[in-house]
Structure formats: structure tokens, C-alpha cells
Design a protein around this ligand. Sequence first.
Ligand SMILES: *Cc1c(COP(=O)(O)O)cnc(C)c1O
Length: 375
Amino acid sequence: MYNIPMVDLVGQYNKIKTEVDASIQDILSKASFIGGPYVKQFQENLQSYLNVKHVIPCANGTDALQVAMMALNLQPGDEVITTTFTFIATAEVIALLRLTPVLVDIEKDSYNIDPQAIERAITPKTKAIVPVHIFGQCANMEAILDIAKRHNLYVIEDNAQAIGADYSFSDGSVMKSGTIGTIGCTSFFPSKNLGCYGDGGALFTNDDELADQIRIVVNHGMKTRYYHDYVGVNSRLDAIQAAVLDIKLKHLDEYIAARQYAAAYYDKAFSITDKIITPKKSAFTTHVYHQYVIVLNGVDRAKLMEHLQSKGISCAIYYPVPLHEQKAYQDPRYKKGDFPVSEYLCDNVIALPMHTEFTDEQLEYVTKSVLEFIG
Ligand SMILES: *Cc1c(COP(=O)(O)O)cnc(C)c1O
């Protein structure tokens, strides 16, 4: 009997422990907890990894999304188009800023926002599109950029699940996810592909003026100390988190490769049954497998989950309820049945353990346990 968690952050920490502990000790001994060299170094190293002009760290991924919308000066009543199949943070900041969320459905294969549905949802009030690169592969950015250009809209990438993914344009050029739209937002929540040991987040942009505005918004709306030209927020990445992230950034490509290895193992094992639909990869993006999410076809999900849990295998549902069916987000414009692809997935998906520390034995145990139930 194994104990297979969704993520193995302890195993990952043990491999980088010496370096992480030394950096944290150094910060403690200098008591330089906010700002300072570790934050600057991480910010610069992430800029070069992503090949983007500006990385602005902040306190978490939800703040990154909120700050992006504030820096773009979106105003109450402005419409923001996003997917109904995502984590709540995306819609939460839209609601908090009194913007109007406009929800659309996803593509059946990639689970990402459907560009045709975006186009249909555009009105004269639309100001921005927020694609979420769900589970670790990019939405169809070429189509989304084309729509944004024709309608003069901002594109805010929610890159919390896809850091490190490569997007290929039809002209052959390649960009890192999160650096393609007007602003990219990410989260360094511990279980994300690049996660710290607490909360953290960042915004990415290639636009110098926008970067300045983002730096003002995250710092209480001030450019000159104690002179507040805007209403801002307080959203910082602290030095300890930055130090951890800078060490883990050096391993990010390795971590991605480990996730891809596990995903390939799962794909192969499940290819023998049509009761499991494995994740389909879009041609224009690499998949960094923040989550490995399968769709069950005629299998009792609750019973399968019980079976896996009884064998010490964790599993989860991302996401059980689409945004338009969430209690706090009830809206007369939307009802159950409006977004059939998202609703179908919410009823039939299950996420299997996915992390950087698997042995083949563990992967074999997970796949065998799933298959023995499915029969
Ligand atoms: C994790 C996540 C966020 C929010 O990040 P936090 O750092 O937890 O605030 C936003 N969007 C998506 C898609 C996420 O997965």
C-alpha cells in the first residue's frame, strides 16, 4: 500500500534543501524580509527565462489579476470575457472591481476558452479577454490576439497553471505562456508548477508604460514615496519566497519534464480503454501538466474516487461547479445548460496525482488501481 498525494512538495524540497535553507538563513540573519537582492534577482532571472521585458512580483495570483485590471484602468460596467471553466479567482476580481464578467464556454478537446465563443460574446462594452491556460497548456492565443486586435481589446493571460509552456505561432515564432497578451498573470502558490513556500504571484508585460503603472498599483498607488496619485493595493512578494522561487526556477524545465514523463506514462496506460479520455494536446502549445485531468466515459466517478482513496491514492475534481453555477455568482443572464461543454466536464473529470517526484513503481500503482476499477 502506497500513499500517493496529489503533489509531493516534501520530496521536491529534500532535493534542494541545502540551497534553500542557506538562502532562508541568510535572509533571517540580515532581517531583510521585504524587497532586497533576492527579490530583484528572482525578478531578473524570471524575465530572462520568459524572455519578457518586465516581471513585477506581487503577493499572489489573484492579486496579479486584480492589479492587471486596475493598471489597465478598467471601469465599472466594462465587460471582461472569460471562461466559465476555471478557478474562481478569475471571476472574483472582475466582481470586486465591479466590472461585468461575460462568461463563455470552452473547447471540447483542450478545455480552454473557445475563440469563436469569445467573438460571439463581444459587445461595444467589451474591454478585455481573460484566457486561462487551463491545466498547463495554452489557449489558442493566435486566434485570441486576432480577435483582440480587430476589436481593440486587452488580453490578460491567466497563466497560473502554465508557467514554462511554449506557444508556437503559425509563422514559427515561439513565446512563453503569459508573455503573449497585454499582461500575463501568474501564481506561485506552493502546488503550482513554480511554487514558493507561502503565497506569491507576478505580472508580466512587454509594455514599459504599463509596467510602470503596475508597479504603482502594487505599491499603494504611489510613485514618489507618500504621494498617492492612484488608489492602489499593497501586494508584494517577500524575500524568503523570492529566494525559494529563484532556486526552483533553475529546476523548472526539469520539473516540467518530470510532469511530462508522468503524463506520458498515464496516457500510455489508459490508451487501452475508451472509458478514460486522456488530455488532448493542442498542436500550438507544449503541455506542462499542472494537472493531469481525465474525462470518464460511463464510469461512476464517486465510486472510482472512493476506490482510489481506499488504496492511498489522492484524487480531486477540477472543477466540480462552473462559475455560472456558483452560488455567489448567480446572474440572471446565465443558467444551467448555457455552457454544455464546461458543465459536462464538471460532471465527468477527475484529476490524478501529478508532480515532479514520481517513481515508475508509483505510476504503475496508480494506473493499475484506476484500470482494475474500470475493468
Ligand atoms: C491558482 C490560480 C489562481 C490564483 O492564484 P493564488 O496565488 O492562489 O491567488 C488564479 N487563476 C488560476 C487559474 C489558478 O489556478
